[in-house]
Design a protein around this ligand. Structure first.
Ligand code: SF4
Length: 371
């Protein structure tokens, strides 16, 4: 990928075995949607999120009795957990003691300074950071009747100040709203106001295509501006589905380099009518994944394969691909590499021929040492 963005340097915070901000990569996080009492289901969901690419998983801890379940869940998973707590400082303190890696709580909502001090003391003792989360739908409308981007930032700063006055700086901040413009502008202003790691996302983004497009625009826009240290795509439904979208966003912004990338053209009138390019691209992606993903992981190599509709523009448009195929008319395709055209084949043999070429350029893993 040519070009890159400059990411705003934020103050790093440790979150369990990972971290956010500073030189930590932009991470993906999600949230479980099962009651915490369902330990087995919650553990299964957390592991599924982790396997798909979540670096952190948040879960709602609703009552003090939930902490017993929380402990069991923490003991059963590898991924650092974040406890989401509203109002009750005791749940925050007990969750920290139970071993969560981060908590999300707004200090302004938990009562007097003594209660906040208890939470800050526990967070300090156990090296647990605190995420302040301001939501456009729940800011204090008496104080901020307009709910402008500046209001959302001021509301976040109100919360931040409470911790700063206690000399606590292990902070992450999020400002979310269901309005894309509001969310982008508020986060932009926030990044100018403080250097704490920022968690970006769009709230109440809905489900399916609508959520994917809206979240990609908002999160992608902010990341391209250099803003954002951890992201969450909030999607109604199975949270595991969020991760694929988040991974694609980070691939697009250059924060993740996929080992295997299939690029394909949209096709046009130059494409042979008999050539189903979409189906071919999907077959190639599956076959390459099945055959080469472990080899790519072992060797640390990346592979870009182009599947193009015509030989007139295909090889030129996909010149960054390691290998490619392009329609050549009359049931034929050409194979090309960075060096140029390397062969002509029947379209029905395209998959096999391409796999053979990939075999040639990908080194085999080293042979095991003799015993
Ligand atoms: S590569 Fe060829 S077929 Fe594909 S969009 Fe470009 S001109 Fe059309």
């Amino acid at each position: 990928m040519k070009g890159s963005r400059i990411r705003k340097k934020t103050r790093p915070i440790r979150v369990g075995k990972g971290g956010m901000g500073g030189d930590f990569p932009v991470s993906i996080q999600s949230m479980t949607n099962l009651p915490i009492e369902n330990i087995e289901g919650t553990v299964r969901q957390i592991n599924a999120l982790y396997k798909k690419g979540a670096s952190f998983v948040r879960l709602a801890v609703k009552g003090i009795e939930s902490v017993t379940y929380l402990k069991k869940i923490i003991a059963s998973v590898e991924v650092p957990l974040i406890a989401d707590i509203h109002f009750n400082y005791k749940i925050a303190v007990e969750s920290i003691k139970a071993g969560v890696s981060k908590i999300r709580i707004n200090p302004g909502n938990i009562g007097d300074a003594g209660k906040v001090r208890e939470v800050v003391k526990a967070a300090r003792d156990y090296s647990v950071p605190i995420r302040i989360g301001v939501n456009g739908g729940s800011i204090d409308r008496k104080k901020y009747p307009e709910g402008t981007p500046a209001d959302l930032v001021e509301s976040a700063i109100d919360q931040i100040r409470i911790l700063e006055e206690m000399d606590f700086h292990e902070i992450a901040v999020s400002i979310k709203s269901s309005d894309p413009f509001l969310t982008i502008e508020a986060n932009r202003l926030l990044s100018l106001a403080r250097d704490y790691p920022i968690h970006v996302g769009l709230t109440e983004a809905g489900y399916g295509l609508s959520c994917m497009v809206q979240s990609s625009i908002v999160i992608g826009h902010l990341l391209m501006l250099g803003i954002g240290d951890t992201i969450r795509v909030s999607m109604t439904g199975d949270p595991v589905d969020e991760i694929a979208v988040a991974c694609k966003i980070l691939e697009t912004t250059g924060d993740i380099t996929p080992a295997l990338r299939i690029v394909a053209c949209p096709t046009c009138g130059r494409t042979d009518e008999d050539l189903d390019l979409r189906m071919l691209a999907e077959e190639i992606e599956k076959e390459c994944n099945d055959r080469f993903s472990s080899r790519l992981a072992e060797t640390g190599r990346t592979l870009t394969v182009a599947v193009m509709g015509c030989e007139v523009n295909g090889p030129g448009e996909a010149s960054e691909a390691d290998l490619g195929i392009a329609g050549a008319g009359k049931g034929h395709m050409i194979l090309f590499a960075r060096s140029g055209k390397i062969g002509r084949i029947k379209s029905c043999d395209a998959l096999a021929a391409l796999i053979k070429e990939v075999e040639k350029i990908l080194p085999s893993p080293p042979a095991p040492l003799p015993k």
